[in-house]
Design a protein around this ligand. Structure first.
Ligand SMILES: C[S@@+](CC[C@H](N)C(=O)[O-])C[C@H]1O[C@@H](n2cnc3c(N)ncnc32)[C@H](O)[C@@H]1O
Length: 326
């Protein structure tokens, strides 16, 4: 009760300015992303979620904070985001409902990305003592390769790190990293469009890349933006060109469970959802997942870790996987 009135006053004071900040952020996003054709909007969206996680204490991500505060991603205003987050936290204090600082294990859709971030963080940390290389496919503005545990392991064990992404988004990321003042000397940036060129071919031009080394592939937030052909090639290449102990971590959606309006919205957004792991009748979904991996990996890979999205108790509409080359 004691805290109710100051919180309410704080929320009332922040509401108009947060409304302006939201409008400003929306306009900035549309103007800038249209002015930079080819940049991945969804990659920027994921970065804002990483920043939100950091700002609300859900998950530390100093690199995301530095990326956004660098000012180089011109469609994002750190100040506007800070105001919106402050208003969200004030609203939480008034109502007692979580709005922005949603716990990872809650069933709110706001927890989907934090859950995904946590899964991939753990999936990689489990491998840091054994792998020789990390390849991030479709890296966007991911901050994994700047995480202290990854940087330390890379230094200690001489793990080579490669970020592969669409050339336009990657160029912006390189500028963002430079402006953030972060050290990226442990990362090799490799531009590649997965629909036009083989990523293995692109990587093979890098002096430090070893095609026969035990590798951790992170393919986060990418699979569903690719055609089935590119998805199949990626899984098959990991399975057939890399040694046992190599793993591939990725997320998927069950698009057969999505409303058509959502698929249309993504099309309008410019990044349509193209690939899915769909329900197969008379089959347990775990079997469907196993078959999906097995069929594309010539039976060489098996799932070793898995989680599914269960939000609003609507049932499983996607999830996260780590699959190992046996
Ligand atoms: C939703 S973002 C995810 C970014 C990042 N992995 C993360 O989790 O923050 C999708 C990423 O896939 C990349 N991508 C999509 N289609 C691609 C393609 N055909 N070739 C290369 N990269 C692609 C985009 O450039 C973008 O960085």
């Amino acid at each position: 009760m004691m805290n109710f009135f100051p919180s309410t006053l704080r929320f009332i004071a922040l509401l108009p300015i947060a409304t302006v900040a939201m409008l400003y952020s929306g306009i900035l996003f549309v103007l800038y992303s249209n002015a930079t054709p080819g940049i991945s909007r969804t990659a920027i969206n994921v970065l804002t979620q990483r920043y939100l996680c950091h700002s609300t204490g859900i998950k530390e991500d100093l690199a995301a904070q530095k990326f956004i505060r660098s000012g180089r991603i011109k469609c994002l205003s750190a100040t506007a985001m800070d105001i919106i987050i402050a208003a969200g936290i004030a609203l939480e204090n008034v109502t007692g409902f979580t709005v922005v600082s949603v716990p990872i294990d809650s069933n709110s859709p706001m927890a989907l990305l934090p859950f995904r971030f946590k899964f991939f963080e753990q999936a990689l940390d489990e491998e840091l003592d054994t792998i020789e290389q990390i390849v991030v496919l479709g890296a966007g503005f991911d901050t994994t390769t700047f995480r202290p545990s990854v940087v330390q392991a890379a230094g200690r064990r001489n793990i080579k790190i490669f970020e592969v992404d669409n050339p336009i988004t990657q160029q912006v990321k390189k500028e963002v990293v430079e402006k953030s003042g972060l050290n990226a000397s442990h990362i090799t940036f490799v531009p590649c469009d997965f629909e036009k060129t083989s990523w293995l071919e692109a990587l093979s031009h890098c002096q430090e890349f070893k095609s026969k080394a035990r590798t951790y592939f992170l393919w986060e937030g990418v699979m569903y933006y690719l055609t089935e052909k590119a998805v199949r090639e990626t899984i098959n290449t990991v399975a057939t060109e890399f040694p046992a102990g190599t793993s591939l971590a990725f997320d998927y959606f069950r698009l057969d469970r999505f409303a058509r309006r959502y698929l249309w919205a993504m099309r309008l957004y410019g990044e349509p959802l193209l690939s899915s792991i769909d329900t197969r009748e008379s089959q347990d979904f775990r079997e469907t997942l196993d078959d999906f991996i097995s069929e594309r990996s010539d039976g060489k890979m098996r799932i070793t870790k898995q989680g599914s999205y269960q939000y609003f108790n609507q049932g499983d509409f996607g999830g996260v996987i780590k699959a190992l080359v046996a």
